[in-house]
Design a protein around this ligand. Structure first.
Ligand code: PLP
Length: 398
């Protein structure tokens, strides 16, 4: 009999998987659905980037296979961006690699440096590609819970030394999805130090580095001395430029580590569409100009949504970065049933914290993907759903 492999069977269900079909059914039934589930800003990509793509698709040379090398101009634009943004120099050819979205690079990372049975350190709650890539490479995940009292920081010093000795990869992501936490410099220093001590590749996911508010500037891991020996950093055009569906990101790091990831990818894909890479040169070269309005929009949404949540009795923090609110639920309210009811009964899609792993229980995630008025409306509905859940909890069993 043909059955899914043990690796596939080990993968938990993908958290967003069922939202689209429930949403379709509700919309067909006339419900006004507010979808704050996926981290997919409804703003269009910058117009000059779209224009550049139009031009690029007319060039037959850009309809050919890109292979892993891709378009040199894209890699050079990546290098210019990294230098402008972080003051860091990377060789466009040997130290950068175009990705079909940063997700695939992250998911392929364990295959590049770890063997079956090796440990990969994975945050929980966390972006699903870390666990998925670990399990698909037949590696052993060591899951580290991110806790509010530790500012949601993945502390390698608290992982047992016996586990660290077997670890090949540690996935670290700040600004963080889903908690919206940011990493202080001393945290990054001790994380780099631990990776150097134990010879662990630090897979640093910086997908949200440009979505920051109120003067906070997110660093690159390579600003930390010694990081070049152990880190590969992942960047994405998805969130920064509202280009999620375009599927374009890049990895940067030590030439031999980039070469290992390149080798994996050369067997499973043939690189991102060259026309996209050409258009992305415009995005990267004018990043500051394009990102400013996206950040301003997100900050306005963050403030509207945090204010209404606090007003409705949800004790949520005002995050300094990313596009999410990580909202605590009252003790005893399970996140997945609550979110299911919020969708079915109130037409609001948000993600239950437990969808990001058991350590996410007790929270739900709001993606700031609608305007302030819709967010306020969503909070009113969420508060109604929560009030009903609590009334039922308090009602005496008949
Ligand atoms: N990393 C994090 C933390 C994310 O939340 C996401 C997407 O939601 C990604 C990486 C992947 O982004 P993409 O594959 O679109 O570049």
């Amino acid at each position: 009999m043909i059955e899914p492999s043990a690796r596939v069977q080990a993968l938990p269900g993908y958290p967003l998987a069922e939202i689209p079909s429930i949403k379709r059914r509700l919309i067909q039934a006339g419900v006004d659905v507010i979808d704050l589930g996926a981290g997919d800003n409804e703003a269009p990509p910058p117009a000059p980037v779209v224009e550049a793509l139009r031009e690029a698709v007319r060039d037959p040379a850009l309809s050919k296979y890109g292979f892993q090398q891709g378009l040199l101009q894209f890699r050079q634009a990546v290098s210019r961006y990294l230098e402008r943004r972080f003051g860091l120099r990377f060789d466009p050819v040997s130290e950068t690699l175009p990705l079909i979205g940063s997700k695939e690079g992250l998911a392929h990372l364990p295959l590049a440096v770890a063997d079956p049975g090796d440990v990969c350190i994975v945050p929980e709650p966390g972006y699903q590609a870390y666990l998925g890539g670990t399990l698909l490479a037949a590696c052993e995940p060591h899951v580290v819970p991110l806790r509010q009292e530790q500012r949601f920081l993945l502390e390698l010093d608290e992982v047992p030394p016996a586990v660290l000795s077997r670890a090949k990869v540690a996935f670290v992501n700040y600004p963080n999805n889903p908690t919206a936490a940011v990493a202080p410099r001393d945290y990054l220093e001790r994380t780099v130090a631990a990776c150097r001590r134990y010879g662990i590749l630090l897979g640093y996911d910086n997908a949200y580095c440009d979505l920051t508010f109120g003067g906070y500037v997110a660093p690159s891991i390579f600003e930390i001395p010694g990081a070049r020996d152990v880190a590969v950093e992942f960047f994405s055009l998805s969130k920064t430029f509202s280009m999620t569906g375009w599927r374009l990101g890049w990895a940067v790091g030590r030439p031999d580590l980039i070469a290992a990831l390149t080798k994996v990818k050369s067997y499973v894909d043939t690189g991102p569409f060259l026309a996209l890479q050409q258009a992305a040169v415009v995005a990267l070269d004018r990043a500051e100009e394009f990102v400013a309005p996206i950040k301003a929009t997100l900050q306005e949404r963050r403030d509207a949504c945090v204010d209404s949540l606090v007003g409705a009795g949800f004790p949520v923090r005002r995050p300094e970065a990313a596009m999410y609110l990580w909202v605590p639920l009252p003790p005893g309210v399970a996140s997945l049933p609550f979110c299911r009811r919020a969708l079915e009964e109130e037409g609001v899609a948000v993600l239950g914290g437990a969808a990001f792993g058991p350590a996410g229980e007790g929270y739900f995630r709001i993606a700031l993907t609608a305007g302030p008025a819709r967010l306020r409306e969503a909070v009113t509905r969420l508060a109604r759903a929560l009030a009903r859940v609590r009334e039922e909890q308090l009602a005496p069993a008949s």
